[in-house]
Design a protein around this ligand. Sequence first.
Ligand code: GAL
Length: 416
Amino acid sequence: MKRGSLLVVFMACAALFAVPALGAQEKLEIFSWWAGDEGPALQALIDRYQQLYPSIQVQNSTVTGGSGVNARAVLKTRMLGGDPPDSFQVHAGQELIGTWVVAKRMEDLSSLFKSEGWMTKFPAGLLSLLSSKGGIWSVPVNIHRSNVMWYVPANLKAWGVTPPKTWDEFLATCKTLQDKGLAHPLVVGESWTYQHLWESVALGVLGPDNWTALWSGKLKFNDPKLVKVWETFGKVLAYANPDASGLSWQQATDRLVKGDAAFNIMGDWAAGYMATTLKLKPNEDFGWAASPGTGGSFMMLSDSFGLPLGVKHRDAAIKWLKLLGSQQGQDIFNPLKGSIAARLDSDLSKYNAYSKSAAADWKSNKIVGSLVHGAVAPESFNSQFGTVMDIFLSGNNAMAAANAAQAIADQVGIGN
Ligand code: GAL
């Protein structure tokens, strides 16, 4: 056989093997911590994906645990073990950039942002949070707010109190409620929800400019202002339930709804849980306000999905990213999730009263980033912050906690 015909035979064989085996289905594996009660919004997005691409089989891999505490550990094992999911949930900002982008494990999605026309569809500030080293590293599906205080209007009325606007007012209101027989006016849940409460206390005590200065290294964690944050946090915690460590954030919300507590500080996924899962009506069955001292500030975080390098089903993953970055995808997901769309052109008529008020604040408030939910600090700081919290909880020593936080900031290079 001549060389030319040999080549033709070889190419024909190669083509034959490149064709997927008859009956083999295309797949997409997405990875997140939106399991169980947190699942409906993601499921609606997957349903839409399946309508658009019925031949692709979606594997919805979830690892339960609020704020991704468990999911991030599993993701780490998979990423380091060379078995990345096709696309995974990650907070926009330092959580992704400081971990998987610096480790060169992610695909740059700049060309996708350009071909989908997204460069003008997302706020410039969010695009810069997603960007580093000339690349854009994930597709944002939403904007959540961290600094929200939840309550049940009818309960506050019955107890004769109004939503406190500062932490001093909060402490006074809790004292009144205790005097009236409500043993634990504030409900808190498992470990990360303490940290979540802490960032609201910190924003309230420091104000937005000082909060932001912390992350550029201009304000130190052992500054007297931060010692005041820990002291205030200690006073606030004195009104919390003693069995917090056994409660998920949903169970903490349940306590509030049942009237076992008057207040809960939680991100607005709590609005999603109350409206979508518990079928409660915003403004009637549950009320909200900026957490004390934080009116006029919007502590943001954004859930996004990235594309690891070397995934098994890249085409299906790109289709997924296109859907979640689209106006339609965002307006399917967010009304159920309690978040607002990250896009600028979302159709607010699809959203409830809570989300409409969040959307108005997002436009008019001062925007700052969440620590606990990955916006402002790398994972290395965030994960060690739990130790700082333990130091504080074991001795109630504000100065010791402030010094420990600064030691970690130095170690991970915050502000360098
Ligand atoms: C956050 C996440 C939210 C919600 C919450 C509770 O970190 O951004 O979408 O899932 O955790 O698990």
